[in-house]
Design a protein around this ligand. Structure first.
Ligand code: HEM
Length: 415
């Protein structure tokens, strides 16, 4: 019998406070044993842990993610759950299609246009920034990816569903059931869209690149077979959902700009470099992904501890970003720490560590940073007013966000 009691319930109730609490009780070491979902687990922390975790000889993904997370956040059969050659070939779908600088620029331009149009439509009114940004991002990603949506109501529904899938993955209550319904609805719609492309019922893109929808419809896995309709829908959603989820970061960005007026002024005066540094600092300071996880591929040793095959291995994400050994004054919000430089592969791990092409690191990191920088840069010039509201960010809720969602009053005329 493993000596530690199962922490699943504590994790569900303490949220982001669970990992730091566990580490503190065990002397803040780089490897802390635990028990989660009925199996032995090890919580890893620090740069050596990042290298260890992202070595496929150590940690595999198949069977690591619990069903309730797959049925809400990622989808059954998603790239997240694959290993080895099967993973590498599926991953190319994301890295070759999404990582082109032109594709990222196009999406950034569309996101900015849709967001500014949304703001214009809200003149003289109050709105919740989190919700409206999600809709603008959904509109942008549909246009960019070639995914058909009937009208504005369908875009709003897609935005709400994508938010629900992220919001409900780590809770057993009503948010979870909402997330499951959202996933079923969107998987069905996207499977129809892929089927339409395959039978030639929609016009192919006129540009020199296939759209994301066309690329997914045409993709062949390592065994040479096309994705079945369900898996194709799952992977399309693995593009749409996280792009809409950038609303978590832009909402945190609005929170930071409200609390740090000096940063707001620097961003207002900026011509690009500071906005990118600001985006990195938002990803470092605000909690979103609590940890990433996999299963020990064989019997291993890390930092003098035996790790038996099949142990659930978790890598601490928010703790890494607040470690005083890695960051001078870690609790200070200071975008200048990233000014004129990009973070190293194991430095900022908000979207995973290691290499995005060969490992499980997020393939959407360039998109996230570019969209976050572009959209945040619009905020200081919009003249948005924040009325009294609860901007507290509860640590017990995964994923968390400012309680109010950041309510803004949009001026009647642009200033
Ligand atoms: C994987 C975070 C945006 C697509 C991941 C991982 C994290 C992450 C932590 C897992 C790393 C691991 O398991 O080791 C985020 C955050 C985002 C974001 C916080 C901000 C909203 C995006 C975007 C896209 C995307 C914009 C696509 C356009 C994916 C995919 C994977 C992934 C497909 C699976 C990669 C694999 O297993 O090989 N993301 N991501 N994500 N992300 Fe993101």
């Amino acid at each position: 019998m493993h000596p530690f009691a199962d922490s699943t319930l504590t994790l569900l109730t303490s949220g982001y406070a669970w990992a730091p609490g566990l580490r503190r009780r065990h002397g803040d070491g780089p490897a802390v044993p635990a028990r989660l979902m009925g199996r032995p687990a090890l919580l890893l922390h620090g740069p050596a842990a990042v290298d260890f975790f992202y070595d496929e000889r150590h940690v595999l993904r198949h069977g690591a993610l619990p069903g309730p997370v797959l049925d809400t956040l990622f989808g059954r059969g998603a790239v997240h759950t694959l290993d080895g050659e099967t993973h590498r070939v599926r991953k190319e779908l994301f890295t070759t299609r999404l990582m082109t600088p032109d594709g990222v620029d196009d999406l950034g331009r569309l996101a900015r246009e849709h967001w500014l149009r949304t703001v214009d439509g809200l003149r003289g009114r109050r709105a919740v920034l989190f919700d409206e940004m999600a809709v603008a991002l959904a509109a942008a990603v549909c246009e960019w990816s070639g995914v058909p949506v009937a009208d504005g109501a369908a875009v709003r529904r897609l935005a709400e569903d994508c938010v629900a899938m992220v919001d409900g993955f780590a809770t057993p209550g009503p948010r979870h059931w909402k997330a499951r319904r959202a996933r079923s609805r969107q998987e069905a719609a996207l499977a129809r869209a892929v089927a339409d492309v395959r039978r030639g019922a929609v016009a192919l893109s006129s540009g020199d690149r296939p759209t994301v929808l066309e690329a997914v419809a045409a993709h062949r896995d390592a065994d040479g077979t096309p994705l079945d309709l369900h898996t194709a829908a799952v992977e399309l959603l693995n593009v749409l959902r996280p792009i809409v989820a950038i609303t978590w970061f832009t909402t945190f960005a609005a929170h930071a700009l409200h609390h740090f007026p000096a940063v707001r002024e620097e961003l207002r005066a900026d011509h690009g470099r500071y906005a990118r540094a600001f985006a990195h600092e938002v990803r470092r300071c605000y909690p979103f992904v609590p940890f990433v996880g996999g299963l020990a591929a064989r019997d291993l040793r890390f930092d003098g501890q035996d790790v038996s095959e099949g142990t659930l291995v978790l890598l601490d994400v928010p703790g890494h970003h607040r470690d005083p050994g890695l960051w001078p004054e870690p609790n200070r919000f200071d975008p200048r720490r990233f000014l004129g430089r990009e973070p190293g592969p194991g430095e900022l791990i908000a979207q995973g560590g290691g290499n995005a092409r060969t490992g499980h690191r997020c393939p959407g990191e360039d998109i996230t940073v570019h969209l976050l920088a572009t959209l945040a840069a619009t905020l200081p010039g919009l003249g948005l007013d924040l009325p009294d509201q609860d901007l507290g960010i509860p640590v017990g809720r995964i994923p968390t966000r400012p309680r109010s969602g950041v309510i803004v009053r949009v001026p009647s005329r642009s200033r």
